[in-house]
Design a protein around this ligand. Structure first.
Ligand code: SF4
Ligand code: SF4
Length: 293
């Protein structure tokens, strides 16, 4: 009991640290004339390092996919940890109403605010990963953000095609933060117009309960056989009743939207996200809304 209270207290402190960084970091902005924040207030979840879903996802994606203890050992080869000793922190950064409103008007190319969130907003997300890893490690809990490891890369999964060796979306799903939609995006309590960050830390923290049983429970298409609006939002129709064609999506982003934002807004990275707005799951879990409405 005492131990559990200490874990809850440690988690509250970490959440407060994330909240302070979100509210005070000068990096949480879109670097535009209005000086507005890049992200709304984060959601937060925790997965136990030994959650069996990690091994299930590795079995599905392929042997190159990291378990928490495997990613941790790459960062701390002299002091590896067992899965039981680890927790995985996950945060969701929701797009602001202004960014979503702009993106709703876009049909073929991402809006400027969206492009800026992909560039400057993700720089904030990178800084948050580093900040948490450094402060928790300095406090005696060695921590690593897998996306910051030099070995983090894209590989090819026999079953799923292009796949990274650490998926923050899948990790957020394990940490109770949402389920997948027809377009592959994660539908969270703040919808699908979000970005995600994660960190593995050597300490036991209370895991966030999953309020779903299936990995697509919050998508209207899979849960109730209706909707499919995201299919119409994709300008190159890479979302179909059979799911999301990752390769075609990747090609559109690489060949069309990335050069477009570089030339038009001077921003970097790989934005699109047209299928993340103007849809019932844009900023909420649509299954909950339908039940309560
Ligand atoms: S828009 Fe509809 S079908 Fe597409 S992911 Fe959201 S709920 Fe599912
Ligand atoms: S991110 Fe991919 S699936 Fe979504 S709208 Fe763009 S090209 Fe289509």
């Amino acid at each position: 009991m005492h131990c559990l209270a200490a874990q809850h207290s440690a988690l509250e402190q970490i959440q407060a640290r994330v909240g302070t960084f979100w509210s005070r970091s000068p990096l949480n902005h879109l670097a535009n004339d209005t000086d507005e924040r890049a992200w709304d207030e984060p959601l937060f979840g925790v997965a136990a390092g030994n959650d069996p879903l990690f091994a299930k996802i590795k079995a599905d994606i392929g042997p190159f996919y990291w378990l928490p203890e495997e990613a941790f050992a790459l960062a701390f080869p002299q002091a590896p940890a067992t899965a039981d000793e680890l927790s995985v922190l996950v945060w969701i950064l929701p797009q602001t109403a202004a960014t979503r409103a702009d993106q709703k008007l876009a049909t073929d190319f991402p809006a400027e605010r969206w492009a800026r969130s992909r560039d400057f907003g993700e720089k904030f997300n990178l800084a948050l990963r580093r900040h948490l890893a450094e402060t928790l490690t300095a406090a005696g809990h060695p921590s690593v953000a897998p996306e910051l490891l030099p070995q983090f890369s894209r590989q090819t999964s026999e079953r799923f095609g292009i796949a990274s060796n650490w998926s923050e979306r899948h990790t957020a799903h394990i940490a109770g933060l949402g389920t997948f939609g027809l377009s592959d995006g994660l539908i969270t309590a703040r919808g699908k117009a979000v970005r995600i960050g994660s960190l593995i830390t050597r300490q036991r923290l209370p895991a966030t309960p999953r309020t779903y049983t299936g990995h697509t429970d919050w998508c209207l298409w899979y849960a109730q056989g209706i909707c499919g609006v995201c299919m119409r939002r994709c300008p190159v129709r890479t979302i179909t009743p059979s799911g999301h064609d990752k390769n075609a999506c990747f090609r559109y982003i690489r060949d069309v939207t990335t050069p477009y934002v570089q030339k038009t807004f001077g921003t970097d990275f790989t934005p699109c996200g047209l299928c993340q707005v103007d849809i019932p799951c844009e900023d909420r879990n649509p299954v909950v809304r339908r039940k309560s409405g």
